[in-house]
Design a binder for this molecule. Structure first.
Ligand SMILES: NC(=O)C1=CN([C@@H]2O[C@H](COP(=O)(O)OP(=O)(O)OC[C@H]3O[C@@H](n4cnc5c(N)ncnc54)[C@H](OP(=O)(O)O)[C@@H]3O)[C@@H](O)[C@H]2O)C=CC1
Ligand SMILES: Nc1nc2c(ncn2[C@@H]2O[C@H](COP(=O)(O)O)[C@@H](O)[C@H]2O)c(=O)[nH]1
Ligand SMILES: [K+]
Length: 479
């Protein structure tokens, strides 16, 4: 990456900078590879953050199906993490995981899980496990809240047999021919997944992130206290693909020791560690054995660290410096936090990140763990909170006893409650991925780059005023 003009003295963040187009020989945005090549097996440079309200098993599986990676949070109990990893591994790579309900569940119950939107649907199994039908989610919009889902079923079963589908393109055509937007996919009389037309289209564009056995990939986080190597070994036994050692202040002795202990356990898994924002931080964690360094102190949407402590660093400069240091140590960088638009992902990659970690933006999606709620105006949202917030600290340390908990709560550095609205046009994490990856594919071609590595090299960046940034925004209403 080069700056357009000379050197600069101040640290910068994403909104401070812009990319300049360069001559390109790339004919199509679809000729671009977004694969991060950081050893994680991901095929797009998007990682879902290890936050309780962001990454659960469903979001991780959905993301991996499109080539990204979800990091299950360290606050999950070890047996729940074990179950979640195994659950992700058991999901279909080709088809979506059904939203399963019984016939006597109500429309109101279904709407806490799935909004009434196109391309989604509910699968109904009887009490004895017999598949009895499916309901497009849009149908829920016109049904009474107390109506039973079983009473909404009528007409023939809208399912396709997996044996009749040879490729995603064929599935798309079959759905168009049958005038279906959503269908269940069956094999030997059993539902193995669901599919929408958009899902079939996506399968022609994205490449899933799969392990050596062809199963979806998933990452999991561990904190730095306790027997870190033992926890990492248990996660490896469950089948985890990437280990993330995570703490607010990653440049501390306890982190170095934690990385060394996991490295010495010989698990043969990529080790991600953070968070740091300096070249020295990268050096120490990479020398201890981390393959990927997580970068970002204070940019997160739920984060109050900078206001509480003044500590942190504007994220664009933090990524530039740490990515350069990581290259020297044969390591990579994940840019963690502060991403609100596809442009931020492009800029993090331009600065040298292999991949970009997103938390709060994904919290407001169908696949995030929380239930759907409506605000006073009827808008759908999910609750989100920081991992260092009073709420997270209480959940994490509540069992320690009142005194210990009160001591821990003194140091809250995050928001305990925020509302992340579902984008009515992009309610699924896959819709956000479409938006992000199409924006970033386009960024690559503007720079004449066909891969992440080429983008690191070719990106040209300018610094802009607040008015320059404002000029780049669209205008939803007239002046
Ligand atoms: N990226 C960011 O900007 C930040 C991210 N977070 C996220 O919040 C979650 C919880 O992390 P964390 O609070 O580290 O909790 P952890 O449970 O990971 O524990 C952190 C350990 O480090 C010690 N410690 C020493 N100095 C610090 C410090 N300045 N900040 C925090 N701990 C320190 C703590 O001891 P003691 O409690 O006795 O001090 C504790 O033993 C993680 O997911 C983390 O990524 C949190 C803050 C900032
Ligand atoms: N200082 C804090 N940082 C936090 C907290 N919870 C999460 N985080 C960090 O934010 C990113 C995600 O950023 P986002 O802008 O996409 O939401 C996450 O990976 C953590 O590094 C917190 O309570 N305090
Ligand atoms: K912040």
């Amino acid at each position: 990456m080069q700056f357009l003009t000379g050197t600069h003295n101040d640290d910068l963040t994403y909104s401070d900078v812009f990319l300049v187009p360069s001559r390109s020989d790339i004919r199509s945005r679809l000729d671009v590879s977004l694969a991060p090549e950081d050893g994680t097996g991901a095929t797009i440079p998007v990682v879902a953050a290890n936050m309780n309200s962001v990454t659960g098993p469903r979001l991780a599986a959905t993301l991996a199906r499109r080539g990204g990676l979800g990091v299950l949070p360290q606050d999950m109990h070890l047996q729940d993490l074990d179950a979640a990893i195994r659950w992700v591994k058991a999901q279909s790579v080709e088809y979506d995981t059904p939203f399963d309900f019984r016939p006597d569940a109500t429309v109101e119950e279904a709407l806490t899980v799935l909004p009434a939107v196109a391309g989604q649907g509910i699968v109904i199994h009887d009490h004895d496990g017999t598949f009895v039908g499916c309901i497009p989610a849009l149908r829920l919009a016109s049904a009474l809240p107390d109506a039973r889902l079983g009473d909404l079923l009528h007409g023939p079963l809208t399912s396709l047999s997996a044996d009749d589908i040879d490729s995603p393109r064929e599935a798309f055509d079959a759905m168009v021919a049958a005038d279906l937007d959503f269908a269940t996919i069956t094999q030997h009389g059993r539902v193995i997944g669901t599919l929408s037309r958009t899902g079939a289209l996506r399968s022609t564009i994205y490449e899933p992130a799969v392990d050596a056995h062809g199963r979806l990939r998933v990452a999991a986080a561990v904190g730095i206290n306790g027997d870190v190597a033992a926890k990492a070994t248990a996660l490896a036994a469950a089948g985890v693909d990437v280990l993330v050692l995570d703490t607010a202040h990653g440049h501390q002795d306890a982190m170095v020791a934690a990385i060394q202990s996991v490295r010495d356990a010989g698990l043969h898994l990529p080790i991600v560690a953070g968070n740091v924002v300096t070249a020295e931080g990268v050096r120490d964690l990479a020398e201890a054995g981390a393959n990927i360094i997580k970068v970002g102190v204070g940019p997160g949407a739920m984060c109050t660290t900078r206001m509480m402590t003044a500590v942190g660093r504007p994220q664009f400069s933090a990524v530039i410096e740490t990515a350069a240091a990581a290259t020297l140590h044969g390591a990579h960088v994940w840019a963690d936090g502060g991403v609100r638009y596809p442009r931020d992902v492009a800029l993090a990659l331009a600065a040298g990140a292999a991949s970009v970690m997103i938390g709060s933006w994904f919290a407001g999606t169908i696949e995030a763990p929380g239930v759907l709620k409506r605000d006073a105006g009827g808008r759908l949202y999910k609750e989100n909170y920081g991992m260092a917030s009073a709420k997270a600290v209480t959940d994490r340390f509540g069992r320690l006893g009142a005194y210990e908990l009160a001591r821990k709560q003194l140091f809250a550095e995050g928001i305990s409650s925020s509302m992340i609205y579902l984008d009515p046009l992009r309610p699924s994490v896959e819709d956000l991925l479409d938006m992000i990856t199409s924006g970033v594919r386009s960024s690559f071609t503007y720079a004449g780059a066909a891969s992440v590595e080429e983008f690191h090299d070719r990106a040209r960046v300018g610094i802009q005023s607040a008015a320059g940034y404002e000029e780049g925004k669209a205008l939803p209403v007239s002046w």
